[in-house]
Design a protein. Structure first.
Lengths: 537, 310, 335
């Protein structure tokens, strides 16, 4: 009996009316109304920008809220809530003038909202408090270390519409970094009035961005509606976006075919069938996958052996046949189409390929390396977790390495993701397939990983020259010089063959061709809907 | 009778307590942190977060704290959904799971019953072999294969039912059907065996000899007596359905408990894992308890004493 | 009863001749029990078919991987994703053409035939399917045997000693049975390092309970049977009692339980693979192959079909055999 009661009261969907309106909506979409239907593989973990640390939260937050800057169509920072950014002579003080903009509850967005939100990140032990350190905000490091109170963070409200941000050192990337959702404003009065319930439901958040979250059914779907009070509302075309939580790639494809959703990512198994479809497109993403070598390992501590492994396998065949989802082979650290120099040349094109050798060369390096360590053969384990088909990559790597370098044998150790992270930080592995997505659009998000004892190093790689160079990059204000130094840093990393890059992730996307201006960002939020519109047939 | 209930209830509570303790300590052995995406966390930040959630305290103290709040009915706060209480998450997720589970059980039991009866009454005929084949296929083909085939053919090709999502009643049908396959198979086989046994009993011979119509013999004597033991299958069936929901919910995008559990296990969301485990165990123990009571009510040969029969 | 009434008088009964020595002897030997069971099993077509299939598949699991020259882990991307092709079986769909009807072998100029096709690594699925069958059966049988040993010892002790011991042991079982085994298994696999051993251990940790209950129940039931009492009274020795009466009777239920444990274990392993807690590649079980095939079932359906058929046939066979054995070994069902 209890079951029946549960059944009657407990289901999460609304009445049949809801369903009707939904199917109507889908029809409208195909007729060119401004409604977009999307899928996400996961529920929104949090709507609190102080805690957000994943792509789904970032995507939602960046579309319903707005910080001082926002990522533009070309992924360049654009002034958003701030209408002006005055930089002092020494580059240490930024004075922002805020626009006349309101929260969705009618309250004006003020400088105090930024001060409150930023300090709150530290008070709440937010995941990304370290972003303030990256952005060189004054005293961020000291506050993280517990040496100074959070009130001394370098951010001040001069008056209602003027915000002063003080830096520890000039930060050429500040605009870029400020698009990150951790820097979004929050209204103190509202947050405190909600108490523990803040950001738990659609009604427990207020919005100042192009859209508002009008409905949020946990783990099922959520809905954006255009925010009529947004300062730039005239340039927002979409009226509504429905996002459904669908975990299985096969299910997503089925829903695309039944026209329930308008854009999905294809799994490698289905790409062959759809690559001639007019809705198909292949997009290079900026997440990189690479082999971390444990530099304390006897054999893998040897530069030549590492280089031999990197050269020994067919990266091109791997992305084309095994992954088959638009991923690109990677012969460097910074991915393709991610960053370009001040004079407009791509980073990858400028530095070219590293360790892109033949099997013969690989065998030569291995022989040299084995001689140096005085061993005839080496057995290593390859730790991997089954995300994004990395288990397949591991199987291919094993087979390729063992075939082309017979002196090496590889055991695959498949572990859950959380365990892989733990093994990585404890350096309890020989080789591990890792991934890294950029936090901001600048090569430093990759280059900064490899400084001695850096928190993303996790393989005990240490090169004092490299450390010094990174330090210099961080203090360089001339963009051209800085860029050159970053190119040099990458070269240095591969002279040591510190890591073996595997591939740059790509997305095989199936998207209705009448959707225009759906911007996919390489970092931070996955999508911006601000400029999206649906054109008639 | 009252004493019996009290005793059983006591055992159930002890069982639950043991389960909570075992799961709690097992979870301490899980590698990794409960914080999703720790890739970008510095050690310093990790320490701060451990401190915030009390994860740097000795395990014994964490255990005492957990049990203490559990007694007040508080299952804690989820890690993967920052700030959301586990009580709330569970109460949202139980609905869809219970609904498709219940529908699968009812439909599966009825279909299985029909299949089993047909099969037994036409023992060793083509009808029998056909039913047995269906039943055995249902038990042997993994439910996710069924689910995927149904989704593609019924949902996409024929378009009779929505392929997936959770937007209204018609969205519950396919997951329920996919889930009921195991139930149909189990019940059909069970009923068939029971019926065959009953068919050989002397009282059936007696009934037939008395000249009662065949229909009456079948329904009043055979089926009725064969159905009683099906009640004992409720426990295993509940488990089968629970197991089924884990994959079915994922395939059909049903926001249910099983899906939540798999996800939480993979990201070490300690409090949600504990909550779901507790819920499943309570449900399971509850079903076993109800079965015992029901069995005593239905079958007068079994009297409720201190101990339940196997 | 429709017999005409007949008066029963004393002279209708005659004393049977008493042969001294015969009274102490119990007719029949354990061999008779088994041969009787075997005879009844042979009569049950389904069960016999099941038995033959199981033997056939076990043999294939052992020799199948050697019937082609390919190893289960050799990769060759030039041969990736080839549909199944077998000379002489073209009419059955083994003609090497893909979803769009293009003969991939001709299109890519490949002369070799892959009976079950190849996966994306160009590995021969025929070899992999049988290798996987081997591993799945291995996991299931070892898990079932461990269940059996622990279950028999635990159940036997519990029933044999009875009283306090039994009481305590039963309380433990009652608690264990309340734990949803799925949850424990998943947690255990996460804690132990994934692999064959962990999967077996995790399944055994909760699996033996069922066997222990069956054994205990059977022994308790037998202990109270009149014929045991009678045998005792007649002075049958303990060992004779155990071997002639207890063993054959308990054996029946044990074998039946075993027959149903094995498919459950195979199923569970497949299920674990589906939620991503499987074996270490390049090793594969049927579950791993099915999971792989499931992901690409729309366009490379053969990747799913063959392992799914094998797993289904194995499950069906074990179930049929289990049913048949129940009929053959369970004295209640004797007709």
């Amino acid at each position: 009996m209890a079951m029946v009661v549960l059944v009657l009261t407990g289901c999460n969907f609304d009445s049949a009316k809801e369903t009707d309106s939904n199917s109507n909506k889908n029809k409208e979409t195909s007729e060119g109304k401004q409604v977009l239907n999307m899928v996400e593989a996961s529920e929104i973990p949090t709507m609190d920008s102080a805690h957000a640390h994943d792509n789904v939260s970032f995507t939602v937050l960046s579309n319903v809220n707005e910080g001082l800057y926002r990522l533009g169509k070309e992924h360049k920072p654009e002034l958003a809530m701030a209408s002006d950014d005055q930089i002092s002579e020494d580059g240490l003080v930024h004075t922002f003038t805020l626009r006349d903009a309101n929260w969705s509850n009618g309250e004006p967005v003020t400088a105090a909202d930024f001060v409150y939100a930023w300090q709150r990140v530290f008070k709440e032990t937010g995941h990304y408090a370290s972003m303030f350190e990256t952005a060189s905000i004054l005293n961020a490091t000291e506050i993280l270390e517990g040496k100074k109170p959070v009130e001394e963070l370098g951010v001040k409200a001069l008056d209602e519409k003027t915000l002063e941000v003080t830096l520890a050192k000039p930060a050429p990337l500040l605009g870029q970094l400020l698009t990150f959702p951790t820097f979004l404003p929050q209204n103190q009065k509202f947050v405190e009035s909600q108490g523990k319930k803040y950001a738990l439901e659609a009604s427990n958040v207020i919005y100042n961005g192009p859209f508002m979250l009008s409905e949020w059914k946990h783990d099922t779907s959520w809905k954006y509606k255009k925010n009529p009070d947004y300062w730039d509302a005239d340039n927002v075309t979409l009226a509504e976006i429905n996002v459904f939580v669908v975990k299985e790639a096969a299910t997503q494809l089925n829903l695309y075919e039944t026209k329930e959703v308008d854009s999905i990512n294809l799994s490698s198994a289905s790409v062959d069938q759809y690559q001639d479809n007019k809705d198909f497109m292949s997009i290079a993403d900026s997440e990189i996958f690479f082999l971390r070598f444990n530099h304390n390992h006897k054999a893998l501590g040897n530069e030549n052996i590492r280089r031999a492994i990197d050269m020994s396998w067919d990266k091109k065949a791997h992305v084309e046949t095994i992954l088959n989802n638009g991923s690109l082979p990677l012969y460097g650290l910074v991915p393709k189409d991610f960053s370009s120099s001040p004079d407009g040349k791509g980073f990858r094109e400028l530095n070219g390929d590293f360790n892109h050798g033949t099997i013969k060369e690989a065998q030569k390096y291995l022989a040299k390396g084995l001689e140096e360590i005085g061993q005839d053969s080496v057995k290593v384990t390859l730790t991997v977790s089954a995300v994004e088909g990395n288990d397949k990559t591991a199987e291919y790597l094993k087979s390729q390495i063992e075939k082309n370098l017979p002196e090496l044998s590889v055991d695959i150790k498949l572990v859950p993701v959380e365990q892989r992270y733990e093994l990585e930080s404890a350096k309890e592995y020989d080789m591990v397939i890792s991934a890294w997505g950029p936090d901001y659009i600048d090569p430093m998000t990759y280059i900064g990983m490899w400084v001695t004892d850096g928190s993303a190093n996790r393989m005990d790689y240490s090169n004092t020259d490299y450390d010094a160079l990174v330090e210099k990059i961080n203090n360089e204000n001339d963009p051209a010089k800085r860029y050159q130094m970053m190119l040099d840093a990458e070269k240095m990393l591969f002279e040591d063959a510190a890591i073996a890059p595997l591939y740059q992730r790509g997305l095989a996307v199936l998207q209705r061709s009448n959707i225009k201006g759906l911007v996919r960002h390489p970092s931070g939020p996955d999508f911006s809907f601000k400029w999206t519109r649906i054109e008639g047939k | 009778m009252k004493g019996y209930f009290a005793k059983r209830l006591g055992y159930m509570l002890i069982t639950l307590f043991v389960i909570v303790s075992i799961t709690f300590f097992l979870m301490q052995l899980l590698p990794g942190t409960p914080f999703t995406d720790p890739e970008k966390l510095s050690e310093q930040q990790l320490e701060l977060m451990n401190e915030k959630y009390g994860l740097n305290q000795p395990v014994a103290i964490q255990y005492v704290n957990y049990v203490r709040s559990l007694v007040t009915g508080d299952l804690g706060i989820s890690y993967q959904y920052e700030g959301r209480s586990v009580n709330e998450i569970l109460s949202e997720r139980i609905g869809p799971s219970a609904l498709i589970g219940f529908q699968a059980l009812v439909f599966g039991a009825l279909a299985g019953l029909a299949l089993g009866i047909i099969s037994a009454l036409h023992h060793n005929s083509f009808l029998d072999y056909g039913s047995v084949t269906i039943a055995v296929l249902g038990m042997s083909i993994p439910s996710f294969v069924f689910a995927a085939l149904m989704q593609y053919f019924i949902g996409v090709k024929l378009g009779w039912l929505p392929a997936a999502l959770w937007q209204g009643y018609e969205y519950t049908i396919m997951p329920s059907l996919a889930l009921s396959v195991t139930v149909i198979a189990t019940v059909a086989r069970f009923i068939r065996t029971e019926m065959l046994e009953v068919l050989g009993q002397d009282y059936i011979l007696t009934a037939r000899a008395k000249g009662i119509s065949e229909k009456a013999v079948v329904f009043r004597h055979i089926v009725r007596n064969a159905i009683i033991p099906v009640v004992t299958m409720l426990g295993p069936l509940a488990v089968a359905i629970m197991t089924g929901t884990l994959v079915i919910e994922k395939i059909f995008s049903v926001p249910g408990l099983g899906e939540q559990f798999t996800k939480s296990v993979l990201v070490n969301d300690y409090s949600v894992i504990m909550g779901v485990t507790l819920m499943y165990s309570a449900l399971f123990i509850g079903v076993v308890f109800i079965v015992d009571i029901l069995y005593g009510v239905i079958d007068p040969r079994i009297s409720i004493k201190g101990e339940h029969k196997l | 009863m429709s017999l005409p009434k007949q008066e029963i008088t004393k002279d209708l009964f005659v004393h049977a001749p008493l042969e001294s020595g015969k009274s102490e002897e119990l007719p029949g030997t354990p061999v008779t029990f088994w041969s009787e069971a075997w005879r009844r099993l042979k009569k049950n077509r389904g069960a016999f078919l099941g038995l033959i299939t199981i033997i056939l598949f076990s043999v294939m699991a052992l020799i199948g991987p050697f019937l082609t020259e390919n190893s289960y882990m050799d990769q060759d991307l030039a041969l990736s994703n080839l549909p199944p092709k077998a000379a002489g079986l073209e009419w059955l769909g083994f003609d090497g053409s893909d979803v769009n009807g293009i003969d991939q072998y001709a299109a890519r100029g490949i002369n070799e035939s892959f009976w079950f096709g190849t996966d994306e690594f160009g590995r021969d699925l025929w070899t992999r399917v049988w290798k996987a069958t081997q591993i799945s059966l291995f996991i299931a049988i070892i898990a079932a045997l461990l269940d059996l040993i622990i279950g028999v010892v635990y159940g036997g002790i519990s029933a044999f000693y009875g009283g306090r011991v039994d009481n305590v042991m039963q309380r433990i079982i009652e608690v264990l049975i309340g734990i949803p085994n799925l949850i424990v298994i998943i947690l255990f696999i996460l804690i132990l390092e994934p692999g064959i051993t962990s999967i077996i251990l995790a399944m055994v940790i909760t699996g033996w309970v069922g066997m222990a209950r069956v054994v205990r129940g059977q022994i308790l039931q037998l202990k109270g049977q009149e014929y045991i009492l009678a045998a005792r009274t007649l002075g049958t020795s303990n060992s004779k009692l155990i071997w002639r009466h207890l063993v054959p009777n308990v054996m029946g239920s044990i074998i039946i339980t075993l027959m149903f444990t094995i498919p459950t274990a195979i199923f569970f392993e497949a299920f674990l693979s589906f939620i991503g807690l499987g074996l270490q590649p390049p090793l594969a079980s049927l579950g791993v192959l099915i999971e792989d095939g499931y992901k690409s079932m729309r366009f490379f359906s053969y990747k799913l079909i063959f392992p799914a058929i094998v797993i289904s046939v194995i499950m069906i066979s074990f179930n049929l055999l289990g049913d048949g054995l129940r009929d053959a070994l369970d004295p209640k069902m004797r007709k």
